[in-house]
Write a protein of this length. Structure first.
Length: 419
């Protein structure tokens, strides 16, 4: 009989991977890492896949290669469909497994706030497949416009819904691609005339940042040719059409590509397993990142509702997931050794978002930065946290190349059937 405690980690994202790295150092446990994909994904750079700057392999790293040196870690590519907390069992597609401790780090998915019908007409940005779909549609819109220049005004119109970091970054990046990078590549159209509209329901972009940074971001995006619509609520989305409502009146906007960056919710596993969940379907956890009645079940990262000092759930950012992953691993080891455990404390190291070339906003330890310094900081932090040395080097080379050549090298249309 194997006496080593069995720890199952569901999800090889930011939280799950940190937990596994820490747990693997303890030879008295065996770990099973389960993910429905075969890779760890660096989501903060997904928008650069969508806008043809990077290639998928730059930010998606095979989970097996990340764990090949960890002999007490078994990786399974499968989807966990349910959890029986009482018998300490998880259900996969075709089998069941027992655990002593469970870490759920399953992250989030795009949420349409109950309007699932909008999914048909807009694209979310949560994984590689979403990013490739956006890239395909974006690149095809340029090709179509070159073929039918008389329709270029209609074809080169992009609507982004949601003024958080993802919406801001993708709007800035599409503006850069169409207005500066590819404008010399076409003969029949002027891609600098592409229209990019960013819609935000609240009164500010980047609403969780210092207000000065929000105002700065809006100004800089507008300078780059993005039309920013604040206080504008999306009432409906249909084929290539967005219906909006604002204090200035209702509008019907048309766009060749509609990107939905307005919301996320936890993946359905929490709710399907009978956990106590909040409005965003995150599992409500206690100060130890575990379920109240099941202290051996930890839920971390985007899948968890952990209340911060202000009583609000911690934000869905990679720093929270990583810190909680390391914490859950350390807590499990302490429990196995019969030691006392401490509550989780989140250390907020700051926020940042890039607006485009040589421009970003950042707030770190109460200090705000804008412009080129914030941009360099953003580049450094994103390279530093990127997993895998080869990927760091590949991204750095691509960025330097793109910076000097004004190029977007990953302009491959993968599904020409979309034309
Ligand atoms: C476009 C975008 C930009 C972002 N930019 C930033 C940023 O600049 N800075 C920042 O800090 N954060 C950013 N984030 C947020 C950050 O990526 C998340 O907070 C972080 O990934 C959460 O980590 P996690 O471990 O909780 O989940 P994830 O990293 O999402 O990992 C979840 C994993 O679980 C797997 N999974 C899900 N369900 C199952 C199941 N049932 N069975 C098996 N496997 C399953 C998934 O395949 C996935 O690999 C961004 C997110 C997006 C989408």
């Amino acid at each position: 009989m194997n006496e080593k405690k069995h720890i199952i980690v569901i999800g090889a994202g930011f939280g799950g991977l940190q937990a596994v790295q820490k747990l693997s150092k303890n030879k008295d446990v065996r770990i099973t890492l389960i993910d429905r994909t075969n890779h760890h994904l660096f989501q903060p750079l997904l928008y650069q896949i969508a806008t043809a700057v990077l290639s998928p392999a730059d930010i998606g790293i095979p989970t097996r290669s990340l764990t090949d040196q960890m002999k007490n870690v078994t990786v399974l590519m499968d989807e966990v469909t349910g959890i029986d907390k009482d018998s300490k069992k998880i259900y996969l597609h075709e089998k069941e497994m027992f655990y002593d401790y469970l870490i759920i780090a399953t992250g989030a998915k795009t949420s349409y706030f109950g309007h699932t019908e909008w999914k048909k007409y807009s694209l979310g940005l949560k994984n590689i497949f979403d990013a490739l779909r956006i890239r395909n549609k974006l690149l095809i819109s340029f090709e179509k416009a070159e073929n039918h220049p008389e329709r270029s005004e209609e074809l080169l119109k992009y609507i982004i819904i949601g003024g958080g970091p993802t919406g801001v970054e993708i709007a800035g990046s599409i503006a850069e691609l169409s207005h500066s990078i590819i404008n010399n590549d076409f003969r029949n159209i002027d891609t600098r005339k592409a229209k990019i509209i960013l819609i935000e329901g609240g009164s500010d972009l980047l609403s969780t940042f210092d207000r000065r940074l929000s105002v700065y971001t809006k100004k800089r995006l507008e300078k780059r040719g993005v039309e920013v619509m604040l206080n504008t609520r999306v009432m409906n989305i249909e084929d290539k059409t967005v219906f909006t409502k604002s204090p200035f009146g209702d509008k019907i906007l048309s766009g060749e590509l509609i990107i939905w960056a307005a919301g996320v919710e936890a993946v359905p596993l929490n709710a399907n397993s009978g956990f106590n969940v909040d409005r965003q379907k995150r599992a409500v956890v206690n100060e130890f990142c575990s379920l109240n009645e099941y202290p051996d079940v930890f839920v971390i990262g985007d899948a968890a509702d952990f209340k911060g000092k202000d009583g609000k759930p911690l934000p869905g950012v990679s720093a929270v997931a990583m810190q909680q992953g390391r914490y859950a691993a350390a807590t499990i080891i302490r429990k196995i050794k019969g030691k006392s455990i401490e509550p989780f404390r989140y250390i907020n190291k700051g926020n940042m978002a890039t607006i485009g070339r040589k421009d970003a906003v950042a707030e770190i330890s109460g200090f705000s930065f804008t412009g080129i310094f914030a941009w360099l900081l953003w580049l450094f932090v994103h390279l530093f946290y990127q997993v895998g040395f080869k990927n760091k080097v590949s991204i750095l080379i691509t960025w330097i190349w793109s910076y000097y050549t004004f190029g977007a090298s990953a302009r491959l249309i993968q599904n020409p059937d979309d034309i």
